[in-house]
Design a protein around this ligand. Structure first.
Ligand SMILES: *[C@@H]1O[C@H](CO)[C@@H](O)[C@H](O)[C@H]1NC(C)=O
Ligand SMILES: *[C@@H]1O[C@H](CO)[C@@H](O)[C@H](O)[C@H]1NC(C)=O
Length: 383
């Protein structure tokens, strides 16, 4: 009896020690950026003589209604838009700005096939990229009501039954973490990251540094945030704000390096600076379509204040609203929409992509929109 009590006491002591260590290490992690958040395992991104050019692919919405003719046809359209933009612009980097797939409409058990199709035009051209999540990427499948009519469920791709399991046609979609892990392990050109675990359920939270052409100093920081939606509310959490503050403080303490920010769902600040819905876009805003109201995040937990406090933050880029493509000033930074790139998702406005051109010397950030048919418009200087 005595022996066992002593063992139990030793066990309790050990457990206490271990939990103290765990607290200590999680505090340390919070102070320093986790290695993985810098995607350190890839070759560093670097400016070239022409600067550093980023193309934004927003709201592709692959995989809709695959059992009809129009679903696959619109996916082929999205392939064409990306090919046209990549060949016209030859960007150094691509940002997939969320809603790559419409998971609530995918008639297959997982989203990874369509996710892979969305990134393949960029991969095929050897261009590095990264992704953030939109609200549709891990949505639960919505059974089409017409599948319950006499016509019944159309032939959809259910996995073949194995000896262990019967065929499972549950269309569970693919959770954020799994989509991201699949992308990263299969693609050496992906600079995406699962982000620090203490920010979950928000997953796509990470920073990329771009080095100077000649020296190994970072001259641009790109922050990626998960603005939620799908499996949890459409928000940027207070924990993400703290994460941003500690990352930016650590990587750029004196604000010497310009910073740009990417996430999917516009923050409420976008509604405040927006031109009146459906009116003409007037200076200082620049853009070509203003066809709907901003559909903002559900709450603001301090992200915009954190950004506005840093003079080094030049612009935020979001997707989500397919009928908006403007940039408007907000305090000392710019709030920009991308441009609806995919043929999936609502709206029939012509497709295109926002392009960002950063030059090192003299430093400038220019942006414009490149359309599927090759035309270019909405030129703006963001810094
Ligand atoms: C996803 O589903 C497709 C068919 O529906 C299957 O071929 C593929 O192996 C699945 N991938 C994963 C990662 O489960
Ligand atoms: C390209 O598309 C735009 C709409 O985005 C249209 O205004 C323009 O006339 C088209 N240009 C050509 C050359 O087809």
């Amino acid at each position: 009896m005595r022996c066992c009590r002593r063992i139990a006491a030793a066990g309790a002591l050990l457990a206490a020690l271990l939990s103290a260590l765990a607290v200590r290490s999680s505090l340390a992690e919070r102070r320093r950026p986790a290695r993985s958040s810098l995607a350190g395992r890839r070759r560093p991104l670097r400016f070239a003589s022409g600067g550093f050019k980023v193309a934004l692919f927003a709201d592709l919405h692959y995989g809709e209604n695959a059992w009809t003719d129009w679903g696959p046809a619109q996916d082929a359209g999205s392939d064409r838009v990306m090919a046209a933009v990549l060949d016209a612009e030859k960007p150094d980097f691509v940002v997939y700005l969320g809603d790559l797939v419409t998971a609530n409409n995918l008639g297959i058990p997982n989203a990874s096939l369509y996710w892979d199709r969305a990134i393949s035009p960029t991969r095929r051209r050897g261009i590095p990229w990264s992704t953030v999540f939109g609200n549709h990427d891990d949505m639960a499948f919505e059974w089409p009501p017409e599948w319950f009519s006499p016509a019944g469920v159309p032939p959809v791709q259910c996995p073949p039954p194995t000896s262990m399991s019967i065929s499972d046609c549950s269309f569970r979609g693919t959770p954020r973490h799994e989509l991201m892990t699949g992308e990263i392990i299969h693609n050496g050109l992906s600079y995406s990251s699962n982000g620090p675990k203490d920010l979950w359920p928000a997953v796509s939270n990470y920073v990329l540094q771009v080095l100077s052409q000649k020296k190994d100093d970072p001259v641009l920081l790109m922050y990626f945030l998960d603005s939620g939606g799908g499996s949890y509310p459409e928000v940027i959490s207070s924990a993400q704000v703290q994460w941003f503050q500690s990352q930016s403080q650590f990587l750029n303490p004196n604000g010497r390096i310009p910073e740009i920010i990417f996430w999917h769902i516009p923050s409420t600040a976008y509604s405040k600076v927006a031109p009146k819905a459906k009116s003409e876009i007037r200076k200082p805003c620049v853009g070509s379509i203003n066809k709907e109201d901003v559909a903002p995040q559900e709450a603001e937990w301090g992200m915009m204040d954190a950004l506005a406090k840093r003079a080094s933050v030049k612009a935020v880029f979001v997707g989500h609203n397919h009928g908006l493509d403007w940039c408007c000033p907000h305090e000392k930074l710019w709030l920009c929409f991308a441009r609806h790139t995919g043929y999936g998702g609502y709206g029939n406005w012509p497709r295109g992509a926002r392009v960002i051109q950063i030059s090192e010397q003299p430093y400038s950030i220019q942006s414009w929109i490149r359309m599927e048919n090759g035309t270019k418009h909405s030129d703006i200087t963001l810094s």
